[in-house]
Design a protein around this ligand. Structure first.
Ligand code: NAP
Length: 529
Protein backbone atom coordinates (compact mmCIF):
# COMPACT_ATOMS: atom_id res chain seq x y z
CA UNK A 1 0.00 0.00 0.00
CA UNK A 2 1.41 3.36 -1.09
CA UNK A 3 1.36 6.26 1.38
CA UNK A 4 0.44 9.63 -0.13
CA UNK A 5 -0.01 11.94 2.86
CA UNK A 6 -3.59 12.71 1.88
CA UNK A 7 -6.74 12.99 3.94
CA UNK A 8 -9.36 10.25 3.76
CA UNK A 9 -12.73 11.95 3.49
CA UNK A 10 -15.44 9.31 3.18
CA UNK A 11 -14.52 7.37 0.05
CA UNK A 12 -12.33 10.15 -1.31
CA UNK A 13 -8.60 10.66 -0.96
CA UNK A 14 -7.88 14.38 -0.92
CA UNK A 15 -4.72 16.47 -0.51
CA UNK A 16 -5.22 18.93 2.35
CA UNK A 17 -4.49 22.54 1.45
CA UNK A 18 -3.08 23.44 4.88
CA UNK A 19 0.56 23.62 5.89
CA UNK A 20 2.94 20.71 5.32
CA UNK A 21 3.53 18.15 8.06
CA UNK A 22 6.40 15.71 8.04
CA UNK A 23 6.46 12.54 10.07
CA UNK A 24 9.52 12.42 12.35
CA UNK A 25 11.80 9.57 13.34
CA UNK A 26 12.27 9.95 17.10
CA UNK A 27 15.50 7.90 16.98
CA UNK A 28 17.37 10.65 15.12
CA UNK A 29 14.82 13.49 15.08
CA UNK A 30 15.08 13.57 11.29
CA UNK A 31 12.04 14.11 9.12
CA UNK A 32 10.83 11.05 7.23
CA UNK A 33 10.84 12.55 3.77
CA UNK A 34 8.07 10.53 2.15
CA UNK A 35 5.32 11.23 1.90
CA UNK A 36 4.73 14.88 2.66
CA UNK A 37 1.56 15.19 4.69
CA UNK A 38 -0.55 18.32 4.69
CA UNK A 39 -3.03 19.65 7.22
CA UNK A 40 -6.73 19.56 6.46
CA UNK A 41 -8.31 22.96 6.00
CA UNK A 42 -11.72 23.82 7.46
CA UNK A 43 -13.64 22.85 4.33
CA UNK A 44 -12.33 19.26 4.47
CA UNK A 45 -13.13 18.93 8.18
CA UNK A 46 -16.65 20.20 7.43
CA UNK A 47 -16.97 17.74 4.57
CA UNK A 48 -15.88 14.80 6.77
CA UNK A 49 -18.36 15.80 9.50
CA UNK A 50 -21.21 16.37 7.04
CA UNK A 51 -20.60 13.02 5.36
CA UNK A 52 -20.61 11.41 8.81
CA UNK A 53 -23.93 13.08 9.56
CA UNK A 54 -25.45 11.77 6.33
CA UNK A 55 -24.02 8.31 6.97
CA UNK A 56 -25.46 8.11 10.47
CA UNK A 57 -29.01 6.93 9.67
CA UNK A 58 -28.07 4.33 7.05
CA UNK A 59 -25.10 3.13 9.10
CA UNK A 60 -27.09 2.70 12.31
CA UNK A 61 -29.74 0.88 10.27
CA UNK A 62 -27.21 -1.79 9.25
CA UNK A 63 -27.76 -5.02 11.13
CA UNK A 64 -25.28 -5.99 13.84
CA UNK A 65 -23.95 -8.83 11.67
CA UNK A 66 -22.94 -6.35 8.94
CA UNK A 67 -21.11 -4.17 11.42
CA UNK A 68 -19.46 -7.25 12.95
CA UNK A 69 -18.19 -8.22 9.50
CA UNK A 70 -16.97 -4.66 8.98
CA UNK A 71 -14.91 -4.80 12.20
CA UNK A 72 -13.53 -8.22 11.24
CA UNK A 73 -12.62 -6.93 7.78
CA UNK A 74 -10.69 -4.07 9.41
CA UNK A 75 -8.89 -6.54 11.70
CA UNK A 76 -8.00 -8.76 8.73
CA UNK A 77 -6.85 -5.74 6.74
CA UNK A 78 -4.59 -4.53 9.53
CA UNK A 79 -3.02 -7.98 9.88
CA UNK A 80 -2.76 -8.14 6.07
CA UNK A 81 -0.55 -5.03 6.01
CA UNK A 82 2.12 -7.26 7.51
CA UNK A 83 5.57 -5.78 7.93
CA UNK A 84 4.65 -2.57 6.05
CA UNK A 85 2.63 -1.42 9.04
CA UNK A 86 5.09 -2.55 11.68
CA UNK A 87 8.08 -1.00 9.88
CA UNK A 88 6.33 2.34 9.43
CA UNK A 89 5.11 2.39 13.04
CA UNK A 90 8.61 1.55 14.26
CA UNK A 91 10.10 4.34 12.16
CA UNK A 92 7.60 6.91 13.43
CA UNK A 93 7.35 5.97 17.11
CA UNK A 94 10.66 4.35 18.02
CA UNK A 95 8.68 1.57 19.72
CA UNK A 96 10.34 -1.85 19.42
CA UNK A 97 9.06 -4.16 16.71
CA UNK A 98 8.02 -6.87 19.20
CA UNK A 99 5.93 -4.36 21.16
CA UNK A 100 4.29 -3.13 17.94
CA UNK A 101 3.52 -6.69 16.84
CA UNK A 102 1.89 -7.31 20.21
CA UNK A 103 -0.07 -4.08 19.93
CA UNK A 104 -1.22 -5.01 16.42
CA UNK A 105 -2.55 -8.31 17.80
CA UNK A 106 -4.38 -6.44 20.54
CA UNK A 107 -5.87 -4.03 17.99
CA UNK A 108 -7.18 -6.86 15.81
CA UNK A 109 -8.37 -8.66 18.97
CA UNK A 110 -10.29 -5.57 20.09
CA UNK A 111 -12.03 -5.27 16.74
CA UNK A 112 -12.97 -8.96 16.87
CA UNK A 113 -14.17 -8.60 20.48
CA UNK A 114 -16.60 -5.88 19.39
CA UNK A 115 -17.75 -8.13 16.53
CA UNK A 116 -18.63 -10.74 19.17
CA UNK A 117 -20.34 -8.09 21.29
CA UNK A 118 -22.45 -7.14 18.29
CA UNK A 119 -23.46 -10.73 17.63
CA UNK A 120 -24.33 -11.37 21.29
CA UNK A 121 -26.54 -8.30 21.30
CA UNK A 122 -26.53 -7.57 25.04
CA UNK A 123 -25.35 -4.04 24.23
CA UNK A 124 -28.86 -3.27 22.98
CA UNK A 125 -30.29 -3.89 26.50
CA UNK A 126 -33.64 -4.93 25.03
CA UNK A 127 -36.09 -4.55 27.93
CA UNK A 128 -39.86 -4.97 28.10
CA UNK A 129 -42.54 -3.91 30.58
CA UNK A 130 -45.70 -5.53 29.26
CA UNK A 131 -48.94 -3.62 29.09
CA UNK A 132 -51.24 -4.04 32.12
CA UNK A 133 -54.59 -2.87 30.75
CA UNK A 134 -56.51 -4.01 33.85
CA UNK A 135 -54.20 -2.35 36.37
CA UNK A 136 -55.94 -0.10 38.91
CA UNK A 137 -56.11 2.79 39.40
CA UNK A 138 -54.42 3.30 36.01
CA UNK A 139 -53.55 0.83 33.26
CA UNK A 140 -49.90 0.48 32.24
CA UNK A 141 -49.05 0.96 28.58
CA UNK A 142 -46.72 -1.35 26.65
CA UNK A 143 -43.19 -0.03 27.34
CA UNK A 144 -40.01 -1.17 25.64
CA UNK A 145 -36.47 0.16 25.87
CA UNK A 146 -33.28 -0.37 23.93
CA UNK A 147 -30.08 1.50 23.28
CA UNK A 148 -29.32 3.37 20.08
CA UNK A 149 -26.13 5.06 18.87
CA UNK A 150 -25.41 8.69 19.74
CA UNK A 151 -24.28 9.93 16.33
CA UNK A 152 -20.95 10.74 14.66
CA UNK A 153 -17.96 10.48 17.00
CA UNK A 154 -14.67 12.42 16.80
CA UNK A 155 -11.72 10.26 17.85
CA UNK A 156 -8.29 11.64 18.76
CA UNK A 157 -5.56 9.06 18.13
CA UNK A 158 -3.27 8.61 21.16
CA UNK A 159 0.49 9.06 20.79
CA UNK A 160 1.40 6.16 23.05
CA UNK A 161 -0.66 3.44 21.33
CA UNK A 162 -0.18 4.07 17.60
CA UNK A 163 -2.36 1.05 16.79
CA UNK A 164 -4.48 0.00 19.78
CA UNK A 165 -5.60 3.54 20.70
CA UNK A 166 -5.35 5.30 17.42
CA UNK A 167 -7.12 5.18 14.05
CA UNK A 168 -8.68 1.70 14.44
CA UNK A 169 -8.19 1.54 18.21
CA UNK A 170 -10.61 1.03 21.05
CA UNK A 171 -12.50 4.30 20.63
CA UNK A 172 -13.05 3.78 16.90
CA UNK A 173 -13.93 0.07 17.28
CA UNK A 174 -16.48 0.72 20.02
CA UNK A 175 -18.04 3.69 18.22
CA UNK A 176 -18.36 1.81 14.90
CA UNK A 177 -19.78 -1.19 16.76
CA UNK A 178 -22.39 1.07 18.34
CA UNK A 179 -23.41 2.29 14.88
CA UNK A 180 -21.69 5.69 15.06
CA UNK A 181 -19.73 7.02 12.08
CA UNK A 182 -16.23 8.10 13.11
CA UNK A 183 -13.99 11.00 12.11
CA UNK A 184 -10.46 10.43 13.40
CA UNK A 185 -7.88 13.15 13.95
CA UNK A 186 -4.55 11.47 13.28
CA UNK A 187 -1.85 11.99 15.90
CA UNK A 188 1.13 13.83 14.41
CA UNK A 189 3.46 11.31 16.08
CA UNK A 190 2.46 8.57 13.61
CA UNK A 191 0.96 10.10 10.49
CA UNK A 192 1.98 7.32 8.09
CA UNK A 193 0.83 4.57 10.45
CA UNK A 194 -2.48 6.41 10.69
CA UNK A 195 -2.87 6.64 6.94
CA UNK A 196 -2.10 2.93 6.45
CA UNK A 197 -4.75 1.91 8.97
CA UNK A 198 -7.17 4.56 7.74
CA UNK A 199 -6.92 3.20 4.22
CA UNK A 200 -7.75 -0.29 5.52
CA UNK A 201 -10.93 1.07 7.13
CA UNK A 202 -11.83 3.06 4.02
CA UNK A 203 -11.35 -0.05 1.82
CA UNK A 204 -13.39 -2.27 4.14
CA UNK A 205 -16.15 0.30 4.24
CA UNK A 206 -16.28 0.49 0.43
CA UNK A 207 -16.15 -3.27 0.00
CA UNK A 208 -19.08 -3.79 2.36
CA UNK A 209 -20.92 -0.91 0.66
CA UNK A 210 -21.36 0.96 3.88
CA UNK A 211 -22.50 4.56 3.58
CA UNK A 212 -19.82 7.00 2.53
CA UNK A 213 -18.89 9.01 5.61
CA UNK A 214 -18.94 6.00 7.95
CA UNK A 215 -15.25 6.77 8.40
CA UNK A 216 -12.93 9.72 7.68
CA UNK A 217 -9.37 10.51 8.71
CA UNK A 218 -8.05 14.06 8.95
CA UNK A 219 -4.66 15.38 9.97
CA UNK A 220 -3.74 18.80 11.31
CA UNK A 221 -3.14 20.83 14.43
CA UNK A 222 -5.22 20.13 17.50
CA UNK A 223 -5.80 23.82 18.10
CA UNK A 224 -7.27 24.09 14.61
CA UNK A 225 -8.51 20.80 13.12
CA UNK A 226 -9.12 19.22 16.56
CA UNK A 227 -11.09 22.18 17.86
CA UNK A 228 -13.10 22.43 14.65
CA UNK A 229 -14.02 18.76 14.85
CA UNK A 230 -15.27 19.00 18.42
CA UNK A 231 -17.20 22.20 17.64
CA UNK A 232 -18.89 20.79 14.54
CA UNK A 233 -22.66 20.39 15.05
CA UNK A 234 -22.64 16.96 13.34
CA UNK A 235 -20.32 15.50 15.99
CA UNK A 236 -22.18 14.04 18.98
CA UNK A 237 -19.38 12.61 21.17
CA UNK A 238 -15.59 12.63 21.50
CA UNK A 239 -13.04 9.94 22.39
CA UNK A 240 -9.60 11.19 23.49
CA UNK A 241 -6.44 9.87 25.13
CA UNK A 242 -3.63 12.28 25.89
CA UNK A 243 -2.61 15.11 28.16
CA UNK A 244 -4.70 16.66 30.89
CA UNK A 245 -4.39 20.06 29.20
CA UNK A 246 -5.56 18.66 25.86
CA UNK A 247 -8.46 16.74 27.41
CA UNK A 248 -9.58 19.76 29.43
CA UNK A 249 -9.43 22.01 26.35
CA UNK A 250 -11.68 19.61 24.44
CA UNK A 251 -14.08 19.30 27.39
CA UNK A 252 -14.39 23.10 27.52
CA UNK A 253 -15.06 23.31 23.78
CA UNK A 254 -17.64 20.53 23.92
CA UNK A 255 -19.41 22.11 26.90
CA UNK A 256 -19.49 25.57 25.27
CA UNK A 257 -21.24 24.35 22.09
CA UNK A 258 -24.88 25.39 21.57
CA UNK A 259 -25.49 21.63 21.92
CA UNK A 260 -22.95 20.36 24.49
CA UNK A 261 -21.71 16.83 23.86
CA UNK A 262 -19.94 14.21 26.00
CA UNK A 263 -16.14 13.99 25.87
CA UNK A 264 -14.66 10.68 26.96
CA UNK A 265 -11.15 11.81 27.75
CA UNK A 266 -8.51 9.63 29.36
CA UNK A 267 -5.89 12.01 30.71
CA UNK A 268 -3.52 11.61 33.61
CA UNK A 269 -2.87 9.06 36.31
CA UNK A 270 0.05 8.20 38.59
CA UNK A 271 -1.31 4.76 39.56
CA UNK A 272 -0.33 4.43 43.24
CA UNK A 273 1.18 1.18 44.51
CA UNK A 274 0.73 0.45 48.23
CA UNK A 275 3.25 -1.97 49.74
CA UNK A 276 1.68 -3.30 52.92
CA UNK A 277 3.94 -4.30 55.80
CA UNK A 278 3.50 -8.09 55.54
CA UNK A 279 4.21 -8.11 51.82
CA UNK A 280 7.23 -5.89 52.22
CA UNK A 281 8.60 -8.08 55.02
CA UNK A 282 8.19 -11.27 52.97
CA UNK A 283 9.19 -10.22 49.47
CA UNK A 284 10.69 -6.73 49.28
CA UNK A 285 13.27 -7.89 46.70
CA UNK A 286 10.92 -9.58 44.24
CA UNK A 287 8.39 -6.74 44.45
CA UNK A 288 11.20 -4.24 43.78
CA UNK A 289 12.36 -6.12 40.69
CA UNK A 290 8.86 -6.44 39.26
CA UNK A 291 8.13 -2.80 40.06
CA UNK A 292 11.19 -1.54 38.15
CA UNK A 293 10.35 -3.79 35.19
CA UNK A 294 6.84 -2.26 35.10
CA UNK A 295 8.19 1.27 35.56
CA UNK A 296 10.53 1.22 32.56
CA UNK A 297 8.35 -0.89 30.26
CA UNK A 298 7.80 1.00 26.98
CA UNK A 299 9.93 3.90 28.33
CA UNK A 300 7.21 4.42 30.95
CA UNK A 301 4.82 5.70 28.28
CA UNK A 302 1.79 3.84 29.56
CA UNK A 303 -1.19 5.54 31.14
CA UNK A 304 -1.04 2.80 33.78
CA UNK A 305 2.63 3.34 34.58
CA UNK A 306 3.24 3.02 38.36
CA UNK A 307 4.40 6.56 39.25
CA UNK A 308 4.14 6.50 43.04
CA UNK A 309 4.83 3.82 45.66
CA UNK A 310 3.87 4.04 49.34
CA UNK A 311 5.28 2.03 52.23
CA UNK A 312 5.97 2.37 55.94
CA UNK A 313 9.50 3.40 57.01
CA UNK A 314 11.85 0.65 58.18
CA UNK A 315 14.44 -1.91 57.10
CA UNK A 316 12.01 -3.68 54.75
CA UNK A 317 11.43 -0.47 52.81
CA UNK A 318 15.20 0.13 52.78
CA UNK A 319 15.64 -3.36 51.30
CA UNK A 320 13.00 -2.59 48.67
CA UNK A 321 14.73 0.67 47.72
CA UNK A 322 18.15 -0.95 47.59
CA UNK A 323 16.97 -3.72 45.26
CA UNK A 324 14.92 -1.34 43.10
CA UNK A 325 17.93 0.98 42.81
CA UNK A 326 20.28 -1.79 41.68
CA UNK A 327 17.74 -3.14 39.17
CA UNK A 328 16.97 0.32 37.77
CA UNK A 329 20.65 1.13 37.35
CA UNK A 330 20.88 -1.86 34.96
CA UNK A 331 18.07 -0.61 32.74
CA UNK A 332 19.02 0.96 29.42
CA UNK A 333 17.63 4.31 28.35
CA UNK A 334 14.88 4.07 25.74
CA UNK A 335 13.72 6.31 22.91
CA UNK A 336 10.54 8.21 23.67
CA UNK A 337 7.71 8.70 21.19
CA UNK A 338 8.32 12.33 20.28
CA UNK A 339 10.70 15.14 21.07
CA UNK A 340 7.77 16.92 22.77
CA UNK A 341 7.08 13.98 25.07
CA UNK A 342 10.82 13.68 25.75
CA UNK A 343 11.18 17.33 26.68
CA UNK A 344 8.03 17.15 28.87
CA UNK A 345 9.68 14.19 30.65
CA UNK A 346 12.96 16.10 31.07
CA UNK A 347 11.06 19.05 32.53
CA UNK A 348 9.04 16.78 34.79
CA UNK A 349 12.05 15.07 36.34
CA UNK A 350 13.90 18.36 36.69
CA UNK A 351 10.86 19.83 38.50
CA UNK A 352 10.77 16.84 40.89
CA UNK A 353 14.52 16.84 41.51
CA UNK A 354 14.42 20.53 42.41
CA UNK A 355 11.71 20.10 45.04
CA UNK A 356 12.85 20.38 48.64
CA UNK A 357 12.77 17.08 50.52
CA UNK A 358 13.15 14.96 47.38
CA UNK A 359 16.07 12.55 47.28
CA UNK A 360 17.25 10.63 44.22
CA UNK A 361 17.38 6.85 44.85
CA UNK A 362 18.73 5.65 41.52
CA UNK A 363 18.77 6.30 37.79
CA UNK A 364 18.74 4.00 34.80
CA UNK A 365 21.67 3.92 32.41
CA UNK A 366 22.65 7.23 30.87
CA UNK A 367 20.72 8.31 27.84
CA UNK A 368 23.08 8.08 24.95
CA UNK A 369 20.96 9.25 22.06
CA UNK A 370 18.28 11.62 20.91
CA UNK A 371 14.92 11.57 22.74
CA UNK A 372 16.10 8.89 25.17
CA UNK A 373 14.59 8.61 28.62
CA UNK A 374 16.64 7.49 31.59
CA UNK A 375 14.63 5.81 34.36
CA UNK A 376 14.47 7.80 37.61
CA UNK A 377 13.49 6.76 41.12
CA UNK A 378 13.08 9.26 43.96
CA UNK A 379 12.03 9.09 47.58
CA UNK A 380 10.47 11.54 49.95
CA UNK A 381 8.59 11.66 53.24
CA UNK A 382 4.80 11.57 53.32
CA UNK A 383 4.79 14.93 55.14
CA UNK A 384 6.54 16.48 52.14
CA UNK A 385 3.92 15.23 49.70
CA UNK A 386 1.08 16.29 51.98
CA UNK A 387 2.21 19.91 51.61
CA UNK A 388 3.27 19.79 47.95
CA UNK A 389 0.56 18.46 45.67
CA UNK A 390 2.71 19.28 42.61
CA UNK A 391 4.79 16.20 43.40
CA UNK A 392 1.80 14.10 42.46
CA UNK A 393 1.36 15.46 38.93
CA UNK A 394 1.87 12.84 36.22
CA UNK A 395 5.37 12.73 34.76
CA UNK A 396 4.85 10.75 31.56
CA UNK A 397 7.85 8.42 31.34
CA UNK A 398 9.92 6.02 33.49
CA UNK A 399 9.98 8.07 36.72
CA UNK A 400 8.49 7.25 40.11
CA UNK A 401 8.53 8.53 43.68
CA UNK A 402 8.58 6.29 46.74
CA UNK A 403 6.74 7.92 49.62
CA UNK A 404 8.03 6.95 53.06
CA UNK A 405 5.15 6.87 55.53
CA UNK A 406 5.48 6.88 59.32
CA UNK A 407 2.61 4.43 59.68
CA UNK A 408 -0.25 2.84 57.76
CA UNK A 409 -2.54 5.72 58.76
CA UNK A 410 -0.46 7.97 56.49
CA UNK A 411 -0.94 5.52 53.62
CA UNK A 412 -4.66 5.66 54.22
CA UNK A 413 -4.62 9.46 54.39
CA UNK A 414 -2.83 9.47 51.04
CA UNK A 415 -5.44 7.16 49.50
CA UNK A 416 -8.23 9.37 50.81
CA UNK A 417 -6.76 12.59 49.45
CA UNK A 418 -5.29 11.56 46.09
CA UNK A 419 -6.98 12.56 42.80
CA UNK A 420 -8.80 10.05 40.58
CA UNK A 421 -6.64 7.26 39.13
CA UNK A 422 -6.86 4.65 36.39
CA UNK A 423 -5.48 2.03 38.77
CA UNK A 424 -4.45 1.38 42.35
CA UNK A 425 -2.29 -1.57 43.40
CA UNK A 426 -1.91 -3.29 46.78
CA UNK A 427 0.86 -5.74 47.62
CA UNK A 428 -0.28 -7.73 50.62
CA UNK A 429 -0.17 -10.92 52.68
CA UNK A 430 -2.93 -12.34 54.86
CA UNK A 431 -1.79 -10.31 57.86
CA UNK A 432 -2.33 -7.11 55.83
CA UNK A 433 -6.00 -7.72 55.05
CA UNK A 434 -7.36 -5.36 57.70
CA UNK A 435 -5.22 -2.46 56.44
CA UNK A 436 -6.13 -3.41 52.89
CA UNK A 437 -9.85 -3.04 53.61
CA UNK A 438 -9.46 0.67 54.39
CA UNK A 439 -7.26 1.26 51.36
CA UNK A 440 -9.65 -0.57 49.04
CA UNK A 441 -12.57 1.42 50.40
CA UNK A 442 -10.69 4.67 49.74
CA UNK A 443 -9.39 3.68 46.30
CA UNK A 444 -12.74 2.32 45.08
CA UNK A 445 -13.88 5.94 45.04
CA UNK A 446 -10.92 6.99 42.88
CA UNK A 447 -9.71 4.18 40.64
CA UNK A 448 -11.14 2.25 37.71
CA UNK A 449 -9.15 -0.91 38.48
CA UNK A 450 -7.71 -2.16 41.78
CA UNK A 451 -5.07 -4.89 41.66
CA UNK A 452 -3.64 -7.17 44.31
CA UNK A 453 -0.04 -8.39 44.10
CA UNK A 454 0.65 -7.33 40.53
CA UNK A 455 1.49 -4.24 38.50
CA UNK A 456 -0.96 -2.21 36.45
CA UNK A 457 0.91 -1.99 33.13
CA UNK A 458 -0.70 -4.38 30.66
CA UNK A 459 -4.43 -3.92 30.26
CA UNK A 460 -6.45 -7.00 29.34
CA UNK A 461 -9.11 -6.32 26.71
CA UNK A 462 -12.17 -8.22 27.94
CA UNK A 463 -15.69 -7.86 29.32
CA UNK A 464 -14.66 -7.01 32.88
CA UNK A 465 -11.91 -4.47 32.14
CA UNK A 466 -12.35 -0.94 33.44
CA UNK A 467 -9.84 1.50 32.05
CA UNK A 468 -11.41 4.52 33.66
CA UNK A 469 -11.51 6.20 37.04
CA UNK A 470 -12.43 9.51 38.63
CA UNK A 471 -11.16 12.84 37.25
CA UNK A 472 -8.46 13.54 36.13
CA UNK A 473 -7.86 9.90 35.14
CA UNK A 474 -10.88 10.38 32.92
CA UNK A 475 -13.53 12.99 32.26
CA UNK A 476 -16.35 10.56 33.07
CA UNK A 477 -15.80 7.96 35.78
CA UNK A 478 -18.93 6.01 34.79
CA UNK A 479 -17.30 4.50 31.74
CA UNK A 480 -14.28 2.61 30.43
CA UNK A 481 -12.25 3.14 27.27
CA UNK A 482 -10.95 -0.46 27.16
CA UNK A 483 -13.05 -3.64 27.10
CA UNK A 484 -16.42 -4.54 25.68
CA UNK A 485 -18.42 -2.11 27.83
CA UNK A 486 -16.58 0.79 26.15
CA UNK A 487 -19.43 0.61 23.62
CA UNK A 488 -21.78 2.10 26.21
CA UNK A 489 -20.09 5.50 25.86
CA UNK A 490 -21.59 5.86 22.41
CA UNK A 491 -25.13 4.63 23.12
CA UNK A 492 -28.19 6.11 24.75
CA UNK A 493 -31.48 4.53 25.87
CA UNK A 494 -34.79 5.23 24.18
CA UNK A 495 -38.18 4.12 25.55
CA UNK A 496 -40.92 3.19 23.05
CA UNK A 497 -44.41 3.47 24.48
CA UNK A 498 -47.41 1.71 22.86
CA UNK A 499 -45.61 1.19 19.56
CA UNK A 500 -47.01 -0.91 16.73
CA UNK A 501 -44.57 -3.71 15.92
CA UNK A 502 -43.74 -2.33 12.50
CA UNK A 503 -42.34 0.90 13.97
CA UNK A 504 -40.22 -0.76 16.64
CA UNK A 505 -36.46 -1.24 16.26
CA UNK A 506 -35.49 -4.84 15.48
CA UNK A 507 -34.22 -5.38 19.03
CA UNK A 508 -37.74 -4.82 20.38
CA UNK A 509 -39.94 -6.50 17.78
CA UNK A 510 -42.26 -9.16 19.13
CA UNK A 511 -40.77 -12.09 17.20
CA UNK A 512 -37.21 -11.22 18.25
CA UNK A 513 -35.63 -11.22 14.75
CA UNK A 514 -32.15 -10.57 16.16
CA UNK A 515 -32.46 -13.59 18.47
CA UNK A 516 -31.47 -11.57 21.53
CA UNK A 517 -31.56 -12.28 25.22
CA UNK A 518 -34.16 -9.81 26.47
CA UNK A 519 -35.47 -8.74 29.86
CA UNK A 520 -39.23 -9.16 30.02
CA UNK A 521 -41.16 -7.96 33.07
CA UNK A 522 -38.07 -8.10 35.24
CA UNK A 523 -36.91 -11.57 34.11
CA UNK A 524 -34.19 -12.51 31.59
CA UNK A 525 -35.67 -14.36 28.62
CA UNK A 526 -33.50 -16.55 26.41
CA UNK A 527 -33.92 -16.38 22.63
CA UNK A 528 -36.13 -19.18 21.34
CA UNK A 529 -33.82 -20.15 18.43
P1 NAP B 1 -1.74 15.76 23.73
O1 NAP B 1 -0.82 16.89 23.62
O2 NAP B 1 -2.86 15.91 24.68
O3 NAP B 1 -2.33 15.50 22.25
C1 NAP B 1 -3.25 14.47 21.99
C2 NAP B 1 -4.09 14.86 20.78
O4 NAP B 1 -4.97 15.94 21.14
C3 NAP B 1 -3.26 15.40 19.60
O5 NAP B 1 -3.89 15.02 18.40
C4 NAP B 1 -3.33 16.89 19.78
O6 NAP B 1 -3.14 17.58 18.57
C5 NAP B 1 -4.73 17.08 20.32
N1 NAP B 1 -4.84 18.27 21.15
C6 NAP B 1 -4.01 18.63 22.16
N2 NAP B 1 -4.42 19.79 22.69
C7 NAP B 1 -5.53 20.15 22.02
C8 NAP B 1 -6.42 21.26 22.09
N3 NAP B 1 -6.23 22.25 22.96
N4 NAP B 1 -7.44 21.32 21.24
C9 NAP B 1 -7.65 20.33 20.34
N5 NAP B 1 -6.86 19.26 20.21
C10 NAP B 1 -5.80 19.18 21.04
O7 NAP B 1 -1.01 14.43 24.09
P2 NAP B 1 0.29 13.74 23.44
O8 NAP B 1 0.72 14.48 22.23
O9 NAP B 1 -0.05 12.34 23.27
O10 NAP B 1 1.39 13.79 24.56
C11 NAP B 1 1.70 14.95 25.29
C12 NAP B 1 1.62 14.62 26.76
O11 NAP B 1 0.37 14.01 27.05
C13 NAP B 1 2.63 13.63 27.28
O12 NAP B 1 3.85 14.21 27.58
C14 NAP B 1 1.92 13.10 28.51
O13 NAP B 1 2.13 13.96 29.57
C15 NAP B 1 0.48 13.11 28.14
N6 NAP B 1 -0.05 11.79 27.75
C16 NAP B 1 -0.71 11.08 28.68
C17 NAP B 1 -1.24 9.86 28.35
C18 NAP B 1 -1.99 9.06 29.35
O14 NAP B 1 -2.50 8.05 28.98
N7 NAP B 1 -2.08 9.46 30.59
C19 NAP B 1 -1.10 9.34 27.07
C20 NAP B 1 -0.42 10.09 26.11
C21 NAP B 1 0.08 11.32 26.49
P3 NAP B 1 -1.73 18.31 18.28
O15 NAP B 1 -0.69 17.27 18.38
O16 NAP B 1 -1.83 18.89 16.95
O17 NAP B 1 -1.62 19.35 19.36
Amino acid sequence: MQLTGEQLIGYQVVRGKGRELLAMNPHDQQAISTPVFTCATGDLVDQACELAEHAFDPFRATDPETRARFLEAIADGIMGLGSTLIERAHLETGLPVARLEGERGRTAGQLRLFATVLRQGRWQTATFDSALPERQPLPRPDLRMCKIPLGPVAVFGASNFPLAFSVAGGDTASALAAGCPVVVKAHRAHLGTSELVGRVIQEASKRLELPEGTFSLVAGDGSDVGQQLVSHPAIKAVGFTGSRAGGLALMRTAAARPEPIPVYAEMSSINPVFLLPGALANRAGSIATAFVDALVMGAGQFCTNPGVVLAVEGPDLDAFLARAGVHLSEKAAQTMLTSGIHSAYAQGISRISDEPGIEAVASGQLDSGINQAQGQLYQTAFANVATNAGLLEEVFGPAAIVIRCQNVEEMLAFAQSIEGQLTATLHLENQDLKIAQGLVQAMEKKAGRILINGFPTGVEVCDTMVHGGAFPATSDSRTTSVGSTAIERFLRPVCYQNFPDILLPAALKQDNPLNLWRQVDGKPLAPSR
